[in-house]
Design a protein. Sequence first.
Length: 649
Amino acid sequence: MLWRVRGKHKALKGKGSFGPYTLRFEIIADSNQLRLCHSFIFDGNPETDFVRASELLINSRVGKNEQFAFGADEGTETTFARQRAHWAPDFRIAELYQDSARHWQLGRRVAPDRPEIFCAEGSRADGWMALSGSKGGLAVAVRDSWQNNPKSLWADAETGQLRVGLYPNRAERLDLRRYSELIYPYTYETPCTWKKETLPFPIPDPARGIRKTHDIMLMFDEPNPSARSFFFKQPLMLSCTQSEFAKTKVLVPIAAKSDEGWTKTIEQYLDFLHLSMLESGGTGYINYFDLPHGFDVAEQRWFHDFGGFGYNNDESMPVLGLWQAWFLTGRQDVLGMARAMTRHTADIDCRHLGKRAGYGSRHNVDHWGCLCYERRISMPLGKRFAYHLLGDRSIVDLAHLTLASFIKEDRKGPHDMTCDIPALVSTLLFLEEIGEVDAEQWLRNIASAIASGIDENGQMTAFLKINPKKQSATVPDEKTVAEHCMFSCFGGGQAFCELAERYDHKPLREAMIRFARFQAMDMSARASQLPQTGIIPLQKDYLNRYRALDLIGYAWQQTADPFFLQAAAGNLEHLVIEIETHQETRYGVSDAGSIAIPVHQPWPDQAKDDNYSHYYPLFPKTSMGQFFNIAVYLHKLQGIMLLATADKE
């Protein structure tokens, strides 16, 4: 049974309110558990409003002979009884405080206003506490507790109160201001001018509307809260072989077998990603699994602060790639990464109220510091797996906001949409499949418009005219050929192919195959040869070499035409290279090892005067060019799985 409560937090003093919240209750029959999902939206001005604390208070009656228990490192426990003898201090209060990803401390107090006495400390606490007595016990667990630090777990045996510090009062205030009062366009912050100059940051509250969601479990009279918490954090999941999963057509399509070499490479990549994110800055209340754009292999550091190589969002579908990696490998750590990045991109990288509700913000040093807002970031194409597999209804809330943003902006008649089309299709497909909206006819209209907007040569129109009020979609009278805007790396390939398969829309399926052939010809032909084909070359073909792999894999699955495999072969080969040892860095020579990991470098045909070249830097004799774009590689996993697993005869 599910219940939902919505409201606003009230000030302790005065009549003010702050921070809309949604609290969901999951009640499981014949169980001693009660699960909570708490979402808090920051609706203040980050220049003047700072979050002091976000805490959940729970009152219990456990009786006398009180016992405390806290989850310590790696499944161990710290337990002790309340001291009540008159000749010894009565430590009625105990608190575990996880102040960072690498340290927690447990202390005791005789009263709330008295200093804390040291009890124990460690590295990464398991994120649960229990208070028990003669009448029963209550335990509380927070999923991904140390990863979302700071966190505190506080229990008062005298009053029976348990306090869960989702953002603890004892931590420093939560400062959501932009990291700088200036915008640096040359590091890909918007507004962007491509000039070596800085601009004043014009809007004081870019973080307004971000959300933070936590999963909490209450356990009543639970004899083993440590074990129960373990399965709460790492739930048992049904798994199946790749061939069995392919038959379900949940991902359209997916290969029924894996090439051992490519699977090994993907496994190595996932190993690196899991360890490096947890060890090198992928944690924190705001940052947990906020994937940076690049990693310097020789210097062994992420580019958290390197201009355009700040943090990713979900624009290039890394979340979808992580879910695809889980479907391929069945690894528990990959499921955790997919869940964590889904939650982060849906919460911190998107807006949940105000005029930008339903939009996401572009990648940046501090996530919300860029003034470019896009609905393709908030679309549920990959995020929906958290709903289907884990029951995360916060994804549904975001999808409704995204759909509402389309409807709210309805003008008097049709208006042009380009890279927002995949976001609209993905949102409607998701809400339709879970029974939240009736959008079949609108989706069929969009499918027909896309099909008619791809000509016989496979070139796609840049725009569709969309009228949300009439649920119509038409091709403009004067078709403008797109480079990649309706397709691109923004989920167009997956969304349009899924749309074709959902409704068995033959014209759209055939149109997507034509478009795939056009992309494949562009990938395989040299620029000097393209005029001979009669097809206009794409201006940014080096980007489409990566973006088109999924689409070409779909076309190969539909047609079995070896041309698609041949076109993609070279692009598959250079996705992975060997990193040489003893790379020279700014700090001297570093032995980085020689493990094969995905590396994102400037493409050979990239022009020196290309506007994009300044944030794909390559400095001679250093490792600065030997980084990889995580989002691009994750986004291509499905294409790799489709293309690299084909029979080689």
